[in-house]
Design a protein around this ligand. Structure first.
Ligand code: ASP
Length: 328
């Protein structure tokens, strides 16, 4: 009798184990959502859609992009932190709301480190300072001269308080010793539209969405790069750190995050799908053409992104204080 029960229990365990295994193997069994906390058409949205398209092919499931703009990305990040940790909701995060926000927002409703599991790090994007072609200031030095002689009169649009377009402009102004007025939008796309319309004097945008605007017939001029070196994609555009603000350098980093306690297998599977997608050299070459900087594999892992996020939260405490970046 005992033997019978032992066998029955063993068989039941086997069945349960097999069901568990097939449930795991089946992940993802339904479409997933990636929250992009900015308006559609901006650099975060464009990069996220491009990566999601490649990752979904590897996973065999649709990835739906949900744009949830506002408050520099913190509204969408807060929503993602509260989502079910079931492997079906993710946040496309960046250094603004996943690193600088704790130093900028007094009542942040999520903790970038404690409330999320890191999944994989995206490539980085340097930024480009642009002005309307109709602007009387067609170089970065001219812009700074104007700002020095007219404190507070230079207006820069950005993607929201704590967005990278805001942070990088504030850092640039602080290092240059000038004052600029920041004008916040719900994403870089509407901020760029007002730059093109000449409503504001300047804007820092990521290379991938800046580039298409810089055609000979376009309405914008690039006056400086935030990369340390010149970029072949932007011929004749100098790095701002070369002369205008010596040593100035910045780039936006991004990563995919899941709500804390998402099953490890889900995190692993999505990370592996990204690693496989990156073997498509035609795709990675297209990203490079847009000025996007691919990272070594060791920096893309969930553990590397988790560590990077924690160290960037610390870094921004110092940087936000140094540049006196505040919620305005
Ligand atoms: N990444 C942009 C920024 O923070 C916003 C956007 O993608 O719309 O400036």
């Amino acid at each position: 009798m005992k033997t019978f029960w032992n066998r029955a229990v063993a068989a039941a365990c086997l069945i349960a184990g097999a069901t568990g295994a097939s449930a795991q193997a089946a992940y993802p069994s339904k479409p997933m959502t990636w929250i992009v906390p900015f308006a559609a058409g901006g650099p975060t949205d464009a990069l996220a859609r491009d990566i999601a398209e490649k990752v979904q092919r590897q996973l065999g499931q649709t990835i739906v992009i949900e744009n949830q703009g506002g408050a520099g990305g913190t509204i969408g990040a807060s929503k993602a932190a509260r989502a079910a940790p079931d492997g079906y909701t993710f946040l496309v995060g960046h250094m603004g709301y996943m690193a600088a926000a704790p130093s900028l927002y007094k009542k942040l409703t999520y903790d970038p480190v404690k409330d999320f599991d890191a999944v994989f790090r995206f490539p980085d994007t340097p930024m480009v300072l642009m002005v309307p072609k109709s602007s009387p200031h067609q170089t970065a030095a001219d812009l700074l001269d104007f700002a020095r002689n007219n404190p507070g009169k230079l207006n820069f649009s950005n993607a929201g308080v704590g967005s990278t377009s805001h942070l990088v402009a504030a850092l640039f102004a602080s290092r240059a010793g000038v004052e600029i007025t920041s004008v916040a939008y719900k994403g870089a796309a509407p901020a760029l539209n007002d730059l093109m319309a000449g409503v504001v004097d300047g804007m820092f945008d990521q290379t991938n969405t800046a580039l298409p605007q810089l055609t000979p017939t376009g309405r914008l001029t690039a006056v400086g790069l935030t990369s340390a070196e010149p970029m072949p994609q932007f011929p004749g555009v100098p790095p701002l750190g070369a002369k205008v603000v010596p040593g100035f350098e910045a780039a936006t980093w991004y990563g995919l995050y899941a709500p804390k306690n998402t099953p490890k297998q889900a995190v692993q599977k999505v990370h592996e799908a990204y690693v496989k997608a990156l073997t498509d050299k035609a795709w990675t070459a297209k990203m490079t053409d847009q000025g996007i900087r691919l990272l070594p594999a060791a920096q893309q892992t969930p553990a590397a992104l988790a560590q990077h996020t924690a160290s960037e939260v610390d870094k921004w405490r110092r940087v936000a204080a140094e540049a006196k970046i505040q919620i305005d």
